[in-house]
Structure formats: structure tokens, C-alpha cells
Design a protein around this ligand. Structure first.
Ligand SMILES: Nc1nc2c(ncn2[C@@H]2O[C@H](COP(=O)(O)OP(=O)(O)OP(=O)(O)O)[C@@H](O)[C@H]2O)c(=O)[nH]1
Ligand SMILES: [Mg+2]
Length: 344
């Protein structure tokens, strides 16, 4: 076992050890980012400079757990392949809720064919899920709006097949603010800047079931999806190699609508029109109906089939090697399932 390192200030030249006060004015002293047994994260040297001896090599930089940015996604991709799903749709259509619901279903063991093996973005999932939990103090579950200022954010889910411990798949779900897609509808050329759509294995375009139920908003919701698909094709973000899924969200509201059978017919007609107009412009156009979060408390519907479609995308598996050591707790055994040593 290594000796315990007494916390001290790691800023070169700092006199706090003798003056007992922070040169940068932090009070108390240990609130200074330079203070502690580690240096501030940005200060971690990757290489010793000018032949100087390397800093403590036992330091391990832990990932923040935040959603990945397009840049950190590239680093991740260098480690091994992923299935990338672009979640696309108007504001409030249910994008972030869908991503959180997939995570929650894994936590609750609700997918019969798939197991959770780990995630690089646990903090991101937890933050986005907070408003849906009792701990938020809310009476009904909610999801905070995704800020427009944020670029695409990528949420990671490590998975494996229930009966095959070796069959790992890294799933990446991309989210961004709905307003960004509304802007693409007005200006298709900017669609090519939606990196998650351009790179996606599946592009999932959400049709907001709540707006479909209301006769006043139904037309604009359906036309919005249609125009967005057209804009993404015209702008070059979706090509003949793309696989597009149209996801009718908030199915619970459709099922409870007074005119549910007639509504179902209208939705079918809309899907048929999309196939007629876009079927030949993409590899595959498929339709799905989901209720990611029914506030009445019912379990999510439609997610297991959707997940299977995402995870069964063909890809060359990354090589994996076992991590040594004994497995005493369930948390230890998670290592076997996760193979997290491969993650950057
Ligand atoms: N009834 C019902 N409500 C849902 C469902 N899924 C999402 N919602 C609600 O729809 C609202 C919008 O969901 P979000 O996930 O924030 O939508 P978004 O597409 O991420 O919106 P932006 O971030 O603004 O682009 C939230 O109040 C959710 O609780 C569902 O399956 N059923
Ligand atoms: Mg959102």
C-alpha cells in the first residue's frame, strides 16, 4: 500500500505552506483548485517537459461523467466502434426523455435481451433524469428543456446480450435542442453541420404525440416532420445510405384520446405518405410508436423493440482482454461485463 500524501498547494512557488493563506485569495485554503493531493485537472502533464522527471505516475484522471461533446466523441471513437443514434425532433417532442427512459429501463432491468455494462456519461444521465424523480419534489415527472446554446451531446450506454457475455455493444445517443432542427427546416444547408445526423447509424425523427392528439396542432406537427426530413435530405445530412426511423412519441396520450381509432388511421395515412415521398431516398424508412414516460406511472412502451433495432446494427466487435483480480462484489463483477478498461 502506498503512503498517504498530505494535501498541499501544488502551484509552483506558492508559499501557503508557511503563510497558511492562499496566494490566489481562496478561503478556506483547501478550496483552492491547486490545493490537495492532485494538481488541478488542466495541469496534469501528459509528458514530462524538458527532460524533467515525470509527476506522480499513479495519478488516474477519471472521466467527468458529463455527456460527450463532438470532440470527446472522436476520442471515444478511436478506442472502438459504436452504434450512433441521432435523436431528432421539434422542441418538446420528447428527445431527452427518450434518452433518459432508455437509461432508466437499463437500471430497472426492463430490457429482456440486453444488460447494462457501464456508461461514460452517468452524470449526464442522472442530471437529465432528476426532474422525473421523486427527489425533485415534483408531483408529475418532467424533463428540463435542452438549451439551444449547447451543441450536440452524446450519451453513452455500454450493453451486452443477456446470454452472451462477450457480445458487447457501445450505444451512443445524440441529443440537442429542438430549435436547432426548426432552424434546419428554414435553411436546409445548415443540416450538413448536424454532425450526429451525418454520422448516424440511425436517424430517429420524433413526431410529438401530444401535438398529434390536438386537432389544432396535428397538421403542423406532421408537416414539421415531413419538412424536416425533406430539409435534411436536401441539405445532405441524410443520404441514400441513411436509415431513418419515424418515432411517434407519447403514445399514452394517443391511446387515451377520445377519437383514438380515427387518430390511428390518420397516423397510418401520414406514415404511408412518407413512404411514398421518401421511401426511395433512404435505405430504410421505418415507423415506431413509443411512450417513453407515461405520467400515469405505466411502464414505458415500445422501447425494447427500438433498442434491439439500434443494437443489432452490424459492426466489427472491438477486441477485449479480461481485467485481472478477484471479484468480490457485484460492483467488481460489473468490470467483467463492462470492459471499461477499453474506454478512453
Ligand atoms: N405523456 C407523455 N409525456 C411525455 C412522454 N415523453 C416525454 N413527455 C413529456 O414531454 C415534455 C418534453 O419532453 P423533452 O424530452 O424535454 O422534449 P425535447 O424534445 O428534449 O425538448 P427540447 O429539449 O426542448 O428540444 C416533457 O414534459 C416530458 O415529460 C411520454 O411518453 N408521454
Ligand atoms: Mg431536450
Amino acid at each position: 500500500m502506498s503512503d498517504t500524501i498530505a494535501p498541499s498547494c501544488r502551484k509552483p512557488g506558492c508559499q501557503s505552506a508557511t503563510t497558511k493563506s492562499c496566494a490566489e485569495g481562496h478561503v478556506p485554503l483547501d478550496s483552492c483548485p491547486w490545493f490537495g493531493t492532485n494538481g488541478p485537472r488542466d495541469d496534469f502533464p501528459s509528458e514530462p517537459k524538458d527532460g524533467a522527471a515525470s509527476a506522480d505516475t499513479s495519478l488516474v484522471i477519471l472521466p467527468s461523467g458529463a455527456p460527450l461533446s463532438p470532440q470527446t466523441l472522436d476520442e471515444f471513437l478511436r478506442a472502438y466502434p459504436i452504434r450512433l443514434i441521432a435523436i431528432v425532433g421539434d422542441p418538446d417532442s420528447g428527445k431527452t426523455t427518450l434518452i433518459c427512459a432508455v437509461y432508466e429501463c437499463f437500471l430497472k432491468g426492463r430490457f429482456p435481451d440486453w444488460r447494462f455494462t457501464g456508461s461514460r456519461t452517468l452524470v449526464g444521465f442522472e442530471e437529465r433524469s432528476h426532474d422525473s424523480r421523486t427527489a425533485s419534489g415534483r408531483v408529475t415527472p418532467d424533463t428540463a428543456r435542452t438549451p439551444l446554446a449547447e451543441s450536440a451531446q452524446f450519451f453513452h450506454l455500454g450493453t451486452r446480450v443477456v446470454d452472451d457475455a462477450a457480445a458487447h455493444t457501445e450505444l451512443m445517443l445524440a441529443d440537442r435542442a429542438g430549435e436547432a432542427f426548426a432552424a434546419v427546416r428554414d435553411k436546409p444547408a445548415i443540416g450538413a453541420q448536424l454532425i450526429e445526423v451525418v454520422k448516424a447509424d440511425r436517424v430517429a425523427i420524433l413526431l410529438d404525440g401530444k401535438r398529434v392528439v390536438d386537432s389544432e396542432t396535428r397538421g403542423s406537427a406532421m408537416q414539421g416532420v415531413r419538412k424536416l426530413l425533406r430539409a435534411l435530405i436536401n441539405g445532405g445530412a441524410i443520404t441514400k445510405r441513411s436509415e431513418v426511423q419515424i418515432l411517434l412519441t407519447k403514445k399514452d396520450l394517443i391511446a387515451k384520446a377520445e377519437n383514438a381509432p380515427a387518430l390511428g388511421q390518420k397516423i397510418d395515412d401520414f406514415f404511408r405518405l412518407l413512404v411514398r415521398d421518401f421511401g426511395s431516398e433512404v435505405v430504410r424508412l421505418s415507423f415506431w410508436e413509443i411512450a417513453a414516460r407515461d405520467p400515469s406511472g405505466d411502464t414505458p412502451t415500445g422501447l425494447a423493440a427500438l433498442l434491439t433495432d439500434w443494437l443489432e446494427i452490424e459492426r466489427t466487435a472491438a477486441p477485449r482482454a479480461p481485467i485481472s483480480g478477484s471479484r468480490r462484489s457485484e460492483f467488481d463483477r460489473l468490470l467483467d461485463r463492462a470492459g471499461l478498461d477499453y474506454l478512453p
